[in-house]
Design a protein around this ligand. Structure first.
Ligand SMILES: [Zn+2]
Length: 182
């Protein structure tokens, strides 16, 4: 058992304990379909029939218009986009940590989408060369490895994508993506 700090500013103690947690994730039909399309190598968004905003991953309704969206509103998107923000992480070496080196996670604005997808791994570039506005393309996992959770939970790309790498195209100016960062 960890002991509470004895007083404010006092020593903090850590507990070492292995625990096991079993999860059962119930996937919505919408998220399952999104995952299925990712397995096939296609990123899909939802285009609101009223305001035209494109959400990725797909959504059941537009939160701006409260209009329901379905398969007819699906918008296939390219696997290219722009880095709108990023973070360099230094992994703490806790038990089970697989990361050894610093790495970068970014928010990507996929071409044709109006909002970013967060927590996307960047590769094939030194960390100090990463910048906002950089053009990137998806690095897909081999098809037979896109099993289990390729985005099935509906908030990312699961194991379908390994990450994103620079395309070499010219950077996009900040004012071109500033309104689509969130
Ligand atoms: Zn809308």
């Amino acid at each position: 058992m960890a002991e509470a700090p004895q007083e404010e500013g006092g020593p903090v103690r850590f507990m070492k304990q292995h625990i096991a947690l079993d999860y059962k994730v119930h996937v919505s039909p919408l998220a399952a379909r999104f995952g299925e399309q990712l397995r096939g190598g296609q990123i899909v968004g939802s285009r609101c029939p009223r305001c035209g905003l494109v959400y990725v991953p797909t959504r059941a309704f537009c939160p701006m218009c409260t209009v329901a969206m379905g398969e007819r509103d699906e918008a296939p998107l390219p696997d290219r986009g722009t880095v709108t923000s990023f973070t360099i992480l230094t992994p703490i070496q806790y038990h089970g940590q697989k990361e050894r080196e610093d790495y970068a996670l970014a928010s990507i604005l996929i071409d044709g989408a109006d909002g970013t997808v967060g927590q996307q791994r960047l590769s094939d570039i030194p960390l100090d060369k990463i910048r906002m506005g950089m053009r990137v393309e998806a690095v897909w996992a081999p098809e037979d490895e896109r099993a289990g959770d390729p985005g099935d939970r509906g908030y990312g790309f699961g194991n379908a994508l390994r990450g994103w790498r620079p395309t070499g195209e010219p950077d996009v100016a900040a004012d071109e993506f500033a309104e689509h960062v969130l």
